[in-house]
Design a protein around this ligand. Sequence first.
Ligand SMILES: C[S@@+](CC[C@H](N)C(=O)[O-])C[C@H]1O[C@@H](n2cnc3c(N)ncnc32)[C@H](O)[C@@H]1O
Length: 219
Amino acid sequence: MEHTPITAGTGAATEQQNQNMHGYYRLHAKIYDATRWTFLFGRKEIITRMGIDPQAKLTLLEVGCGTGYNLKRLAGAFPNLSLIGVDVSADMLQQAEKNMAAFPNKVQLIEKPYAPHSFNLEQKPDVILISYALTMFNPGWEDAIAKAAEDLPVGGKIAVVDFHYSRSKFFRWWMGKNHVRMEAHLMPVLENTFKPVYKSIRKAYGGVWEYCLFVGEKV
Ligand SMILES: C[S@@+](CC[C@H](N)C(=O)[O-])C[C@H]1O[C@@H](n2cnc3c(N)ncnc32)[C@H](O)[C@@H]1O
C-alpha cells in the first residue's frame, strides 16, 4: 500500500478537510465496522444495483473505501474483479488491509485524497463506487464527481450511496458536527454529470433522514 504524505488537493480549506478526516477516523477506525451497520443503509443494495456480471474481468475503484467493508464484499462476490481503494485516512486503510487479508493481491489501497491532480491511476476503472463518502468531502465533493467522470471511460459506471437530507435542522447540525453535509446536494450534480441508470431516495428510521442510491453511466 502506498503511504505517501498528503499534499494534493489544493487550497487551505481542502487541506483542512483532509486533516479533519485524519483526526476523526483516528478515533473511529477501530469501532467503525462494529457501529456503522446501524445507520449506513443501502451499502449491500448499491452493489447489486451496479449490475456487474459476476464473471466480468473489470476494474472497480472505491473512492473513500474506509475499512474495506464494501471491498471485502466485492472481492467475495466477484472473483474476476480487480479492486482499487482510495482513502485519505491511514487509520481506515489499516483496517481495510486487515479486512482484505483473506483476499491477498486482490486490492490496491492508495492513501490519497480523491481530488483533481492528486494521483494518477495506472489502471483506469470501469466502475467507480462511492459509498457514504461524498457527503464528507466538504469542500471537494463537486471536484470528486468531476474527477470520477474523468477517470471513467465512456460506458463506465458510477454507483453512489450516501446521506441525502433530513427535515430536522438539529439532525443536519449534528451530522455537520460529524463532518457530514446532508442538504440534498449530491443528486442534482450526479444526474447532470452522468446518465442516470437507477436512482432512489429512501427513508431511514421512519424519516429521521433520507439516503440516496444512484447508478449512472458516463456518456
Ligand atoms: C463514512 S466513511 C465510508 C467508508 C466506506 N466507503 C463505507 O461505505 O463503509 C467515509 C470515508 O471517506 C474518506 N474520505 C474523506 N474525505 C476523503 C477524500 N477527500 N478523499 C478520499 N477519501 C476521503 C474517509 O477517510 C472515510 O474513510
